[in-house]
Design a protein around this ligand. Structure first.
Ligand code: PMP
Length: 338
């Protein structure tokens, strides 16, 4: 709560009070062929510069309430970086240690940022099965069993993840649009953002359409459409934060109406366009979400009374050596369309 005391000092009691209440911003140039309104919810306005600050705080506070973590304890999580930042922020204020496991696919800057926040980071191989003892899921689980007074939030299956979005992101979107939202779009990683917000919005208006964005190479789209978990479909991809090779407990497909799958190239070129044309310096999963959303809108008669909100999970600052680096983009064959 922003304090406004008699001496006209305006301040927050800690950085944690600045989490949430992120702005909605209209897309102009990129959506100028569409009659309806397209708004993006820009989550890099959170203090850890991503949507994951919301769940970092909520998972720790719920664990404290349930007595799952004691003062001076250690938080251990498998994270691509953003959840680690959210947990590290809350841990710094509340006095916990953090150990994070991550994969060698993640941007080095994300790992450096976690270390800057005082966390220990263990880097694990990307292309091993989730149940392989070397995977970042398995290493986090093993450490949490070995280290006394440790807590493993497990963002994939922890209902506090979805609940954070049900309690904060969903109501913010409903209030900011005065209840006029018709379409909600979010990338699908753990599923917390899409499931929590969708549940809240559909409770307010059951007609709200929820569109999930997946990455080419992930199992989600096929699983959503056929109910089949097809390991043959899986191939490596570079978009960070969305798509999975497992179906997490937080991914509730009953709350999703349509899944759009987006390639790395389309995601990254759209990420650059968001910076250049809209002044939105955001991450690769944001480009994927906007690409999938605009494709959906163009294919589905998105009309003048329609109002779409797209979640943009994080900042471009974490991808300067990749998506915003011409050499890296060319090496991967992503630049020839420009
Ligand atoms: N984009 C980025 C950059 C992320 O870090 C995440 C979290 N994995 C997501 C999208 C997807 O959010 P969620 O886990 O809530 O599905």
């Amino acid at each position: 709560m922003l304090k406004n005391d008699p001496h006209f000092l305006m301040y927050y009691n800690s950085i944690l009070e600045t989490i949430g209440d992120t702005p909605l911003i209209r897309l102009n140039t990129l959506a100028d062929d569409l009659e309806g309104t397209i708004l993006v919810k820009v989550e890099y306005f959170n203090p850890g510069q991503s949507v994951k600050d919301r769940i970092g705080l909520k998972m720790i506070e719920d664990a404290e309430e349930k007595g799952l973590i004691e003062p001076g304890g250690t938080i251990i999580e498998g994270t691509s970086g953003n959840t680690g930042m959210g947990l590290a922020l809350a841990a710094a204020i509340k006095g916990y240690d953090c150990i994070f496991t991550t994969t060698d696919k993640q941007s080095k800057s994300k790992i450096d940022i976690l270390r800057a926040m005082g966390a220990e980071v263990r880097v694990c191989p990307t292309n091993v099965e989730p149940d392989d003892p070397r995977s970042y899921y398995s290493v986090a689980k093993r450490l949490s069993e070995e280290i006394p007074n440790s807590y493993y939030p497990n963002q994939y299956d922890n209902p506090s993840n979805t609940q954070a979005h049900y309690e904060t992101t969903g109501p913010e979107i409903w209030d900011q649009t005065g209840g006029a939202i018709t379409h909600y779009v979010a990338g699908m990683g753990t599923g917390g953002t899409i499931s929590g917000v969708s549940r809240y919005l559909k409770e307010q208006n059951e007609k709200t359409q929820t569109i999930g964005v997946d990455s080419d190479g992930s199992v989600y789209k096929k699983y959503f459409e056929t109910g089949e978990f097809d390991k043959e479909e899986i191939h490596p991809y570079l978009t960070e934060g969305i798509g999975e090779d497992i179906i997490p407990g937080n991914m509730d497909f009953d709350l999703v109406d349509k899944v759009m799958q987006v390639s790395d190239k389309d995601a990254f070129l759209m990420t650059r366009a968001l910076a250049e044309k809209e002044g939105l310096f955001v991450g690769g999963s944001c480009g994927a979400a906007v690409y999938g959303a605009l494709e959906y809108a163009r294919d589905n008669d998105f009309g003048k009374d329609d109002l779409m909100v797209i979640i943009l999970p994080d900042s471009g600052a974490r991808y300067v050596s990749k998506i915003f680096n011409d050499e890296w983009m060319s090496e991967h064959g992503f630049l020839d369309a420009e």
